[in-house]
Design a protein around this ligand. Structure first.
Ligand code: IFM
Length: 763
């Protein structure tokens, strides 16, 4: 009655229609609300026995056994519990007469409606919405109504801040409590306050809340272990609707020195502002985000809603105001991968930010820059030079990949080699720096930070290669490529090519700096102590890096010896069996050679891409969520359209359909970015060619139109694609501002104030 009037149109909504306790953790991930600063899993405010509530502050890590450090689960501020006429409302106990939760992606709200009948036959209706404020990053709000439908009696509403929370440990049964209580306070008319400190990293988290009701009530406060609860009691009358509001604020000692002062001050300000204003400003902040980031698909509602789900969670996960944090592989949505950061961010998510919110993209890259010294230390530890970005990164930028893990399928301990061997991450970060610069023209970033990353990563590769006398080339031995099924391999083509690219790019930027920015060049050269001899060595290495390629077949060998591996049928093999045999077979986990052909598209001809796509597609299991999106994009590029739509939908719905069976532990953030890239780089065929944007669209038959915006060198380009045309328009009306775009082998100059309609044929 109340919430439904708040909700947006159907293609903006994700709905949980019935209550299934066993699905609580799955929905907690899908319904996570975040703002890049904090993420709160979509747990029920009433609590449940099967849920796994989580509040994660970006950058708040605490050491833990095996995994080095993890994103620490902070006090849960969500709970609002009701005792209606002496009966506690618990969904698992009574009879649920009606139930619906809805994620409104347009407005950034999670709503809940239920009607519940307790053992005494009392029927209560509950409706509320919650938000984690997009503008005011330290604020959250819950607001709703409670109606006793067929009874009168005393009503108790309890609103808690609960610090008795844990992270799941190495094994599920082992729980780790990262925070210890430092302070709580009943501030009476000003609500309640709880402050806790992480045990080993020593970060304080302050949370304050105030519960308000639409009727006069009696107030008390309950104190439990690590928990403070505000309790309001009143006499409820049958059929009356009682409104409640819970205002919540939070700060950490990462942000401010006086955590308590800021948390309480923020609470007073927001309570004074009131929920209507907070809601309005939150919704309008989301509206602004969507103006830049929405991708409209005409003629396919499921695809539309699914793609928006990916974009929604991407927007939620970045904090453009904090350049010391990045987006973990499971974002702020769960504890999978312990909140660690992988190449997922730079290669899969970053493009979305580069083209829709360059400031956020810059912040994500600055996280790597701030950790450059740690990357130098990683290289030193492993016996290399330059900067080695860790395969798994957290707060300090030191390597945080666990060395071994228990395999839940077999009970065996598995040695993890990725931290020591998956070195392509180094070139992936360099690639991201170049991508950002080429698309934004952010010279200041390049000169102050980007160039240093490019050069130090090149230096890493120069120390990582070794000369092979027999091959008369430089080789890279003992690595893991993107296909993690095969470990300790030599000359993984993805790694070698990206290393060659990394060194060559660094050399290109050196020339550019020498010519155009002598001061910056002199400073940088001095800072990193780079000699002319070293630069000459880099040239030799880049020109002589071994790249396994068969001229006759045009096939790149994923790594040396790959072509000789077994070609066996694995259709009947279960995952335990597969793990044991897969290393001796051609089966691969995810796009590897095909990934290379996507990222460095200009370096390979069409025929080579096509041949390799066909060859590797057959052996790709897509066991990683990072894979289907890349095959969808490259399927379009090489004209193999058969599975494109299916791969696209698979990548948009990895979490919505719990495709990998582990959505409960967090969102597949790389796949969020991958899905966006299929829309833009796949269907719209967007690429950068010789420093210029280009489009080569292909749309699924049932799609009438694809519309989106991209930021390019400070301009915003509106793109609308149909089966026949590409329509381009600059957001500015200033005719002196232009963007050049390459479509159908021609350069089109789009001027401010003009619409450019170009005829193409996508089928
Ligand atoms: O980075 C990925 C990797 O490519 C495949 N395994 C999971 C990692 C984190 O998402």
């Amino acid at each position: 009655m109340y919430i439904d009037t708040l909700l947006s149109e159907a293609d903006w909504l994700i709905t949980e229609e019935d209550y299934h306790p066993e699905k609580n953790q799955f929905y907690e991930t899908l319904f996570t609300l975040a703002n890049g600063y904090v993420g709160a899993r979509g747990s029920l405010e009433q609590g449940s026995q099967t849920g796994s509530p989580g509040t994660y502050f970006a950058g708040v890590y605490d050491p833990t056994p095996v995994f080095f450090t993890e994103l620490a689960n902070a006090p849960n501020w969500l709970n609002v519990k009701i005792v209606a006429n002496n009966e506690s409302i618990e969904l698992e106990k009574g009879r649920i007469l009606e139930y619906k939760r809805t994620l409104d992606m347009k407005k950034g709200l999670l709503t809940q409606i239920f009607r519940w009948e307790g053992a005494k036959g009392q029927i209560t209706r509950f409706e509320d919405y919650r938000l984690v404020h997009l503008n005011y990053k330290h604020v959250a709000l819950l607001k709703g109504v409670i109606v006793p439908e067929n009874y009168d009696g005393p009503f108790v509403v309890k609103s808690g801040l609960n610090g008795y929370v844990f992270n799941t440990g190495v094994i599920e049964q082992l729980l780790i409590k990262h925070f210890k209580l430092t302070e709580y306070e009943d501030r009476e008319a000003e609500g309640i306050y709880l402050e806790m400190k992480s045990r080993l990293s020593g970060i304080s988290v302050g949370e304050a809340s105030k519960l308000k009701l639409s009727v006069p009530s009696e107030r008390s406060v309950e104190i439990d272990v690590d928990k403070i609860t505000e309790v309001l009691t009143f006499e409820a009358k049958k059929g009356q609707a009682y409104e409640f509001e819970k205002y919540v604020t939070f700060y950490t000692s990462r942000d401010v020195e006086d955590v308590k002062f800021h948390t309480l001050k923020e609470l007073n300000t927001r309570v004074d502002q009131g929920s209507e204003v907070l809601l309005r400003e939150h919704v309008s902040a989301w509206e602004q985000k969507w103006l830049d980031a929405d991708v409209k698909i005409h003629g396919d509602e499921v695809a539309q809603r699914s793609l928006r789900f990916n974009i929604f969670h991407l927007i939620q996960s970045a904090n453009e105001d904090d350049d010391r944090v990045s987006i973990p592989a499971k974002a702020l949505h769960g504890e999978g991968y312990r909140g660690h950061i992988f190449w997922d961010t730079e290669i899969f998510m970053l493009p979305f930010f580069i083209y829709t919110n360059p400031r956020a993209a810059r912040s994500l890259l600055m996280y790597r820059y701030h950790n450059l010294d740690a990357a130098r230390e990683n290289a030193r530890i492993q016996g290399y030079k330059g900067a080695q970005f860790p395969w798994e990164s957290a707060d300090t930028g030191l390597e945080t990949t666990p060395k071994e893990l228990g395999n839940p399928l077999t009970g065996e301990t598995v040695r993890i080699w990725t931290g020591e061997e998956e070195h392509h991450i180094v070139a992936d970060v360099a690639y991201a720096v170049d991508h950002y610069y080429v698309a934004t023209g952010d010279e200041q970033f390049l000169l102050k930070y980007g160039a240093e990353i490019l050069l130090e990563t090149a230096r890493f590769w120069a120390s990582r290669v070794q000369y092979d006398d027999r091959k008369k080339a430089y080789v890279i031995k003992k690595v893991i490529g993107p296909d993690e099924f095969h470990e300790h391999v030599d000359n993984n083509i993805y790694t070698n090519y990206m290393a060659k690219w990394n060194i060559s790019k660094a050399l290109e930027y050196i020339d550019r700096l020498k010519q155009k920015h002598t001061d910056s060049w002199d400073k940088l050269k001095k800072k990193i102590v780079l000699s002319s001899r070293e630069i000459r060595e880099w040239k030799t290495i880049a020109n002589n890096l071994y790249l396994p390629y068969d001229e006759k077949t045009k096939l790149y060998e994923e790594f040396e010896g790959y072509f000789k591996l077994k070609e066996i049928d694995i259709s009947g093999v279960d995952s335990t069996g597969l793990e044991k045999i897969v290393k001796d077979t051609k089966w691969i986990k995810q796009a590897d050679v095909v990934m290379l052909h996507y990222l460095l598209g200009d370096y390979f001809d069409q025929e080579t891409k096509k041949v390799n796509f066909h060859y590797y597609k057959r052996w790709t299991t897509h066991s990683s969520s990072l894979s289907p999106s890349i095959y969808a994009i490259m399927g379009i590029e090489v004209g193999n359209y058969r599975d494109v739509y299916q791969d696209f939908m698979r990548s948009t719905r990895i979490d919505l359909d719990d495709e990998q069976g582990n959505t409960s532990i967090g969102i597949h953030a790389a796949s969020l970015g991958g899905a966006w890239q299929v829309a833009i780089n796949g269907f719209a065929g967007m690429r950068i060619k010789n420093g210029m944007l280009s489009f080569k669209p292909w749309l699924p038959e049932k799609w009438g139109k694809l519309e989106f915006k991209v930021k390019w060198w400070g301009e915003t380009l509106n793109v609308a694609i149909t089966h026949e045309t590409v329509e381009l328009k600059l957001e500015t009306t200033d005719p002196t501002r232009t963007v050049e775009v390459n479509i159908a082998q021609r350069v089109w100059r789009v001027k401010g104030g003009e619409t450019c309609v170009i005829s193409v044929c996508s089928q």
